[in-house]
Design a protein around this ligand. Structure first.
Ligand SMILES: C[S@@+](CC[C@H](N)C(=O)[O-])C[C@H]1O[C@@H](n2cnc3c(N)ncnc32)[C@H](O)[C@@H]1O
Length: 227
C-alpha cells in the first residue's frame, strides 16, 4: 500500500524516531527513573501493552505474531516469551537496534527495519500495532488495517488517539511551540468515524474488544479487529 500521506508520514516518523527522539524513547521505554509526567505516560503505556497482550492466547506456541512498529521491542519480547514466533519491525533502525540489544537471548524474534506493510513479512496469526498508527490520518489507518487483514488469520489489535475535547486542547497548546521542538503531530481520530470506515473497508470483519487508557498526557484507545 502506498498513498501520498502514508508515505510522507512514514518518512517523517522514521526521521523523528530514528534521530530526534531516539534517546528520549530509549529512556521512556527503560526502567530508568523519569519525572512525573513521563512516569505517568510510562505507566499508561505499560497498561496498554498488558491489555493488548491479554487479548492474545496466554500460550502462543506455534503462533506467528507481527509487532508492527515495534519501537524498542517490549511487546515483541513478551509475546516471544509466551512461545510466539515474532516478527518485529520498525522504520526507525536505531530503535530496532536498542530492541535487539535489550531482548533476552534465545527468543524467536526476527527483528527487521522497514515498513510494517512489507508483503515479504508473510502471514500472521496475530498483529499488534501499539501506538504506531497514531500519527496517521483515519483514512490511512483504515488502509493499513485492510492491508494487514489480508495476511492475518486471527486478530489485529491497534491503538488510535481518540478525539476528545481535552486532547484537542492539549494538542492545540503543543502547536504553539516552534516546529523544530515538536514531535510529529498525533492525529486524533473520532471513534465512531473510525468504526464506520473499518466496517465499510472490511465488511466481513468483526470489531472485537476495545479499551481506552487515559493517564495524564497519555491517551490511547485500543481496538481489536477479527478479520
Ligand atoms: C510511538 S512509537 C511506539 C513503539 C512501540 N510500539 C511501543 O509501543 O513502544 C511508534 C513507532 O511506530 C513506528 N512506525 C510508524 N509508522 C511505521 C511504519 N509504517 N512501519 C514501521 N514502523 C512504523 C515508528 O518508527 C515508532 O517507532
Amino acid at each position: 500500500m502506498s498513498t501520498l500521506t502514508y508515505d510522507r508520514f512514514r518518512t517523517d516518523l522514521e526521521a523523528y524516531f530514528d534521530r530526534t527522539a531516539s534517546k528520549a524513547w530509549e529512556q521512556l521505554t527503560s526502567d530508568a527513573p523519569v519525572s512525573g509526567v513521563r512516569a505517568k505516560v510510562r505507566a499508561g503505556r505499560t497498561e496498554m501493552r498488558d491489555t493488548l497482550l491479554s487479548w492474545m492466547p496466554a500460550d502462543m506456541t506455534g503462533l506467528r505474531m507481527l509487532d508492527a512498529g515495534c519501537g524498542t521491542g517490549a511487546l515483541a519480547v513478551e509475546a516471544a516469551q509466551r512461545g510466539a514466533e515474532v516478527v518485529a519491525i520498525d522504520v526507525a533502525g536505531s530503535l530496532v537496534e536498542i530492541a535487539r540489544k535489550r531482548a533476552p537471548a534465545g527468543l524467536n524474534i526476527d527483528w527487521r527495519v522497514g515498513d510494517m506493510l512489507d508483503p515479504a513479512l508473510g502471514r500472521f496469526d496475530h498483529v499488534v500495532a501499539m501506538d504506531s498508527l497514531i500519527h496517521y490520518p483515519a483514512f490511512d489507518i483504515v488502509d493499513v488495517i485492510r492491508a494487514l487483514a489480508d495476511r492475518t488469520a486471527g486478530s489485529i489489535a491497534f491503538t488510535f488517539t481518540p478525539q476528545t475535547p481535552m486532547l484537542s486542547a492539549m494538542l492545540g497548546i503543543g502547536r504553539l511551540f516552534p516546529r523544530g521542538d515538536r514531535s510529529p503531530a498525533i492525529i486524533p481520530v473520532r471513534e465512531p468515524l473510525l468504526r464506520t470506515l473499518i466496517r465499510h473497508a472490511l465488511p466481513k470483519a468483526r470489531l472485537g474488544r476495545d479499551r481506552r487508557i487515559s493517564a495524564s498526557f497519555y491517551t490511547s484507545h485500543a481496538l481489536e479487529i477479527l478479520p
